[in-house]
Design a protein around this ligand. Structure first.
Ligand SMILES: *[C@@H]1O[C@H](CO)[C@@H](O)[C@H](O)[C@H]1NC(C)=O
Ligand SMILES: *[C@@H]1O[C@H](CO)[C@@H](O)[C@H](O)[C@H]1NC(C)=O
Ligand SMILES: *[C@@H]1O[C@H](CO)[C@@H](O)[C@H](O)[C@H]1NC(C)=O
Length: 516
């Protein structure tokens, strides 16, 4: 990413900037408290504490031979994964409360975690969370590297979801077969392959300065995977119908654009920008239409990521025809999120939570809030003071305030008066739908005899610290029951988004920088 745009004027601009700067400081000092924003640089202990809790969930979900394991009730598991193909697929993370390793959402987890580290790594570092975040990211990318043993071949799943879901056991005691699923040129999957390319391209930026050899390895995989995804187009869930009941992809156009956007940032190669602004952009970017950022829909993330080019240049890139369409669409999305905007979405609960789906309801609010914090910081860093939504205009702090409203809801400021982040505050879900958490570590369980632990009316014996549960109903209600997988099952990908969101709110001085 190149230099930020420089002001074109001279002394007049300087005076205006000094006056505006003073005004902004005065505003922060006057209203900072009210908006939950402290003096510049202040650390919010609330979000810092929540971030430290949320980060644990990646350790809860790790598969393979554990290193420096911090979770007392977790141990080594799935050590033989990949052996059927002579590969080591033991690492990676379990998807949710079960023991599947689904490549599509797992790669998304890595992409989002990379993005969080790239933008807010300084905030993480100030809380000693940067190294753990990078370790968790690498736990996934090590797996992804091994899952891509050759050109035009990517393993996208370990485990049989039907067989897996017939068991209730600890990952450490798992005995069910762990079949492998791959995409190839005869059964392509541009969505899962491009998401994996996005994960590796973004992670290559994360490791660029600390481990340049690994960074180059990741970038090589990313470029090769992008050409596989692009040249052999297909939807993985059409070609492998068995995944439809789990992570059914609505299409691959969004992932192609998302991957190209990450590859542009990782390589500065303008052919990737030509890709997103040309025919494929026209066909798939859905300019002007807001959608919800999720494991399936990467368009909102793509709009915000590419708005960076518009905000910060370099000029030859930000001047490209159609690149501004992404920023404009990001603005449409932001306008739909702001509750007082004329185009505000009506999809909200009485308690103020964005609410789109009864399954894993927290996904859209936390993912949207993460994008709002990013966009707010891009505006601040580029000196953009106003966001126009029809006749009304809004400021970066309005976006931040919206994000804070969603986080505060999740952390306990809600009608149930409970935290939906396990391990945070006095009251949080005790019956999380999570096999490992529900079974005592010293119990001897197998596939079948573990079901008694699902059925038990006692709270989970192990705390799945950092789990962000599915979330409340449209009427802000939550039923804390272990079999309530709709509301009570956490997922690794939602944790990644939540970690990104919290790390953006930890400090009020977050200034996104050029990705180096
Ligand atoms: C998966 O998505 C496709 C395309 O959107 C749809 O036609 C199909 O019915 C979905 N399958 C399931 C099981 O929901
Ligand atoms: C920009 O997008 C339009 C369609 O929206 C398309 O016709 C045009 O070719 C694109 N421009 C470039 C430079 O690709
Ligand atoms: C748990 O929920 C599933 C799906 O709704 C149902 O089939 C099963 O019988 C329930 N089990 C218990 C113990 O309630």
């Amino acid at each position: 990413m190149g230099e930020r745009k420089k002001p074109r004027g001279y002394i007049g601009v300087l005076i205006v900037m000094v006056v505006l700067g003073g005004l902004a400081l005065a505003l922060v000092l006057t209203y900072g408290k009210q908006f939950g924003i402290g003096p510049v640089g202040a650390v919010s202990t609330k979000y810092a504490d929540a971030l430290k809790v949320a980060m644990h969930f990646f350790d809860v979900q790790k598969s393979g031979k554990l290193v420096n394991n911090k979770i007392s009730w977790r141990g080594d598991s799935a050590l033989e994964d990949g052996r059927d193909a002579n590969l080591d697929l033991s690492k990676g993370m379990y998807d949710a409360g079960d023991h599947m390793k689904f490549g599509f959402p797992m790669a998304f987890t890595a992409t989002v975690l990379s993005w969080a580290i790239l933008e807010y790594g300084d905030n993480m570092e100030s809380l000693n969370q940067l190294q753990p975040a990078k370790d968790s990211l690498k736990w996934i990318t090590d797996y992804l590297v091994n899952a891509h043993p050759k050109h035009n071949e990517l393993y996208i799943q370990v485990g049989d979801p039907v067989a897996d879901h017939e068991c209730w056991d600890r990952p450490e005691d798992m005995t069910e077969k762990r079949p492998l699923t791959k995409v190839t040129t005869s059964k392509p999957g541009s969505d899962v392959v491009a998401e994996t390319a996005a994960a590796m391209a973004s992670a290559s930026l994360v490791f660029k300065s600390s481990n340049s050899k690994y960074s180059s390895l990741l970038l090589g995989h990313a470029e090769d995977l992008f050409s596989f995804a692009n040249e052999h187009r297909g939807t993985y869930s059409k070609n492998i119908p068995g995944v439809q009941s789990y992570y059914n992809s609505t299409g691959y156009g969004d992932e192609l654009l998302w991957a190209a956007s990450w590859l542009y940032h990782a390589t500065k190669d303008s052919t990737y920008l030509e890709f997103v602004t040309g025919e494929d952009g026209k066909d798939y970017a859905n300019w002007g239409t807001p959608t919800w950022f999720s494991w399936d829909d990467k368009l909102p993330g793509t709009h915000v990521l590419l708005s960076r080019v518009s905000f910060f240049g370099p000029e030859d890139a930000s001047d490209m025809e159609n690149i501004s369409e992404y920023r404009k669409t990001a603005e449409v999305i932001m306008c739909s999120l702001l509750p007082d905007s004329p185009s505000a979405t009506a999809s909200r609960t009485q308690g103020g939570l964005l609410w789109v789906s009864k399954w894993h309801a927290l996904q859209q609010p936390v993912a949207s809030a993460f994008l709002a914090v990013l966009f707010s910081d891009y505006m601040l860093s580029s000196g953009t003071s106003k966001l126009e939504c029809d006749s009304e205009s809004f400021s970066p702090s309005d976006l931040r305030e919206f994000a804070i409203s969603q986080v505060d809801y999740v952390l306990g400021d809600n009608p149930m008066k409970m935290s939906y982040l396990v391990g945070y505050s006095e009251k949080y879900p005790q019956y999380v739908h999570h096999r490992g958490a529900s079974i005592p570590a010293d119990a001897t369980t197998d596939c079948k005899n573990g079901w008694k632990w699902l059925e038990s009316d006692k709270p989970n014996p192990n705390v799945a610290t950092g789990a962000l549960v599915g979330g409340p109903s449209e009427s802000d209600k939550y039923v804390d029951s272990r079999n309530n997988s709709m509301q009570g099952e956490p997922s690794t990908y939602n944790s990644a988004v939540f970690v990104g969101l919290l790390s953006g709110l930890v400090s009020s001085s977050s200034v996104p920088k050029t990705f180096k």
